[in-house]
Design a protein around this ligand. Structure first.
Ligand code: GCO
Ligand code: MG
Length: 409
């Protein structure tokens, strides 16, 4: 079997997705992958179309490892989020294809089932603590046993993570008119944030007791010293984990955060190679490694990271936000259900037109995500429908201190 064509489909059924479809010389035999990089979708699409696809025509799609090595290691210019997302799109499509050819779901090719399903966490947020509490209760009703909680910082109403997707700004911003989405800038004051998080957790624990596990995402917006302070201050509330307390560049500074507290730490969604994860794993500076399969080169790299983490007692918590596509969510769950050191799976839930354009997202049952039993990843793309939802320019917000200067994202 040979690769005949690599199609790159950019579509916006609610938000932008980049889909890779690898077609073979056998009629009707193809694989589907996800190569979505939030805010840089067209850069990845160009990398795929102009630079990577021409290299793949005529190759044997069965040789996933070799194709991965050729694309990710063989070139002079390596790494970076755009390139590794492009490689991930190819890699996921090749695993899907391999599964279809073998007539087996991908988890079976990865070694077979290790668990009935992947424990999932959903997102809850609110402008106020009361609103947040209501949202947590909604997630619990949906079946989640673990919830990520984010509340607006007093005085900073547009805090990131409070709105989902393009959020509450949508009506005013004219979303739905087909035009580009607005550029957002948000205020950020680390000291106000540092004071607000322990109060938020104290409130939630007083209302919910220990009936639900809680996570919180810092989005790398603290200095190492500030992160150490926060990790210590939230210790009494027994988080499932504190996510991205520092930026990924601060690998060694994680030592400072670790020394300050026993709050479990999770890092990795901004890593683009296994090398980024090495020090945090081998020095046991984190408890959960949460790389993004769609940004780190796909299943081929992620399963190696899981294997590196296993003997160090580090578990996985692969990134699963709403800004990656169903093929990436499906790949997460296939891997979760085939490894031994799985920890938890982020899954905010996909709703609306994306489910018709890109069918096959994993199913959430009783707080657990179930991998598809269909051959491959179990996902597909309706190309005609995708064409009815064209790309819309959109950016992640940027962050400024209240004096107007740029802060780390
Ligand atoms: C998460 C992430 C998201 C990211 C988003 C950026 O933990 O789900 O931090 O909230 O901000 O994926 O594209
Ligand atoms: Mg995060």
């Amino acid at each position: 079997m040979k690769i005949r064509n690599v199609k790159v489909i950019v579509t916006c059924p609610g938000r932008n997705y980049v889909v890779v479809k690898i077609e073979t010389d056998e009629p009707g035999v193809y694989g589907v992958g996800d190569a979505t990089l939030n805010g840089r979708e067209l850069a990845v699409a160009a990398a795929l179309q102009d630079h990577i696809a021409p290299l793949l025509i005529g190759r044997d799609p069965d040789r996933i490892e070799d194709i991965w090595q050729y694309l990710a290691r063989g070139g002079y210019w390596r790494g970076g989020p755009v390139q590794m997302t492009a490689v991930a799109g190819i890699d996921l499509a090749l695993w899907d294809l391999k599964g279809k050819v073998a007539g087996r779901p991908v988890y079976s090719l990865l070694g077979g089932r290790t668990r009935k399903g992947a424990l999932a966490y959903g997102h809850a947020s609110g402008e106020t603590h009361e609103e947040l509490l209501e949202d947590v209760r909604r997630r619990i009703e949906e079946g989640f046993r673990v919830v990520r909680v984010q509340a607006a910082v007093p005085g900073q109403p547009a805090s990131y993570g409070i709105d989902t997707a393009y959020g509450k700004l949508a009506p005013e911003a004219g979303i739905g008119d087909g035009g580009p989405l607005p550029l957002l800038e948000q205020d950020w004051e680390p000291r106000a944030y540092l004071r607000s998080v322990p109060k938020m957790l104290e409130y939630l624990r007083s209302e919910l007791g220990d009936t639900v596990e809680l996570c919180h995402d810092v989005h790398g917006r603290l200095t190492p010293g500030e992160a150490a302070l926060l990790a210590r201050d939230v210790e009494p509330f027994h988080l499932f984990f504190l996510e991205d307390p520092v930026r990924p560049e601060h690998r060694e500074s994680l030592r400072l955060v670790r020394r300050a507290s026993t709050t479990p730490l999770a890092m990795g969604e901004l890593y683009t190679t296994k090398y980024d994860a090495l020090t945090p794993i081998t020095e046991q500076l984190i408890d959960y490694v949460r790389c993004d399969l769609a940004h780190i080169g796909g299943l081929t790299e992620a399963r190696k990271i899981a294997a590196i983490a296993e003997p160090f007692g580090v578990r996985t918590a692969w990134h699963g936000p709403d800004d990656i596509g169903p093929a990436a969510h499906a790949a997460n769950v296939h891997l979760d259900c085939a490894i031994s050191n799985f920890g938890i799976q982020e899954y905010p839930g996909l709703t609306g037109a994306v489910l018709d354009v890109l069918p096959g997202a994993p199913e959430l049952v009783d707080g657990y995500l179930l991998p598809s039993e269909a051959p491959g990843l179990g996902v597909d793309v309706d190309e005609q429908l995708a064409a009815r939802f064209p790309y819309r320019r959109a950016y992640l917000p940027t962050v400024r201190l209240t004096d107007g200067s740029v802060h780390d994202w």
